[in-house]
Design a protein around this ligand. Sequence first.
Ligand code: SF4
Length: 580
Amino acid sequence: MNRLLLCGAVKPFGIKDEASEPLCTMELLNNQVTREQGIHSPRSNNPSFALYLMAENIHVPVTVLDFPTWEEFTKEIDSGEYTHVGISFIIPNVLKIRRMTGYIREHSPQTRILLGGHGTAIPELKNIVEYDDICHGEGISWLRRYFGEDPDSPIIHPAIPSSINAYVYGAPIPVKGGIIIPGVGCQNSCRFCATSHKFDRKYTPFLPTGLDIFKACRKSEETLGVDDFGLMDENFCKNPQRARELLDQMEEHGKAYSFATFSSAETISKLGTDFLVRLGVNFIWIGVESKANLFEKTRGIDLNRLIQDLQDHGITVLASSILFLEHHDKKTIHEDIDWAIGLKSDLTQFMGLGPSAGTQLYREYEAEGKIIHDIPYPRKHGQDEIWFRHPHFTLPETAVYLRDAFIKKYHAHGPGVLNMAHTAVKGYLRVKEETAKRERLGMQWDPDSLKYIPGLKTPPDTFMQLRLDCMRRYALRFRPILKTTLKYSPNAKAAAKCREVIELYRTAFGPMTLSERMRSIAVRILASREQRRIERDGVVMRQPPACRITYPDRSSQYSSSDHSMPTVSAEEDSTEIKIA
Ligand code: SF4
């Protein structure tokens, strides 16, 4: 009987050893968004979502082992239980995978090794890692075919937390969120985009309708007790009909869930800010890329205005831009950095142009002889030196430009968490005022035009009251950290902004409650300990805890002709998540 172990790369992360580099911490914000913000940088890890999604959707018995130590991984292999081991990995972790697969070959030679994830794009992978089979694209249907199951069976969405090991100022973050994966890939096909190319430049939906997404949210709410979600979709607003259906479902059931997601500027503009606020988007990641407007997705869009409008309505904006594009020289790169900072988004990602294997960019650069092949893979993550020849920059210079861009953003606009708090509280006040005004004017939401229009007999907008409660709770999450943000402000401008934000909280919510004051004191105490650790060690790395889940043989549970989503209930979710 087949038995599968699905696992990710072994710990530790963010330290230098023979298989890893310090700038690859497996943390999204700290690694490449709030980088260089020291104690102000929120810390967390995201579970390896694909492992749980695949395990939930195949019938063979599976064990998921996420973030294992070497000892935990080898113990699993030594158990002799597995006919197959599937490992998902990113390119910078390939040397860890070499060690893991080497161990499997030596200690369990009968076990077949399956590889998946972005790391499989490495052209000479066969020379680096031992394996038997490889999945280059979407993993669920691939595994189903591999084990002789129906690749078109309905997708069952698991209940998974969006992050683990979350801290800010050294204080654990108690707020929990869930992750929803509506689909993978993106048809926009930007030439540098590894995700788009990995999934064959097309979008593969897992949850094709708004109802499917809503059911997945309800399942997570019932299982994990969360109502805030990361919508892990490269371009969620690209399918406006699905987003509209999701809002319809939430309104019908009186559920004001909130969402963080990724979307391109052109799709956001089409849906409009009123819709996104109503839908509950509180965080959006937009690829602004470059002032030069090289990509279809930003052409004709007034990004300054769009970003400002979203932030004014409580939506945190992360603007992502690329350095070392073809047109960048020592002058234009500064223009682009200043332009990206000038968008005044709450958070900015600067990413070095990375011709990742598998992309159109890689093929072009390879054909032109621009790729430098002797850069070690652990350094190919976009936050270190580039790995191609650029006519205007030496490799060491590129690492310095990147670091300095983050420092410039930090000094211009202060800590990212401060900007997020500012956006949350000012957005709450604005939306509250607009909602009240619309009610006075007798305006109501029109789901067809996605606008508020005059109504004849206008009932109170009860859904917006739920939404406002949700925005209020979201804004208040930041309040206990603000005194600490002020204490460690990087400059006078950031300190003044922080005082302003503290005052805005007082205007919006009155004086701090006893509980908020206690939490505020606790954060300050933990922050001083964290600051001492940063001063002593340079950085504090908290390794993510391992997560091990076993999924039994489910071959008799679902019939392949059943194409409806299973009814979601807490009792049905038999999976027990154990954080070791
Ligand atoms: S829009 Fe974003 S996700 Fe889509 S191809 Fe371009 S960079 Fe990739």
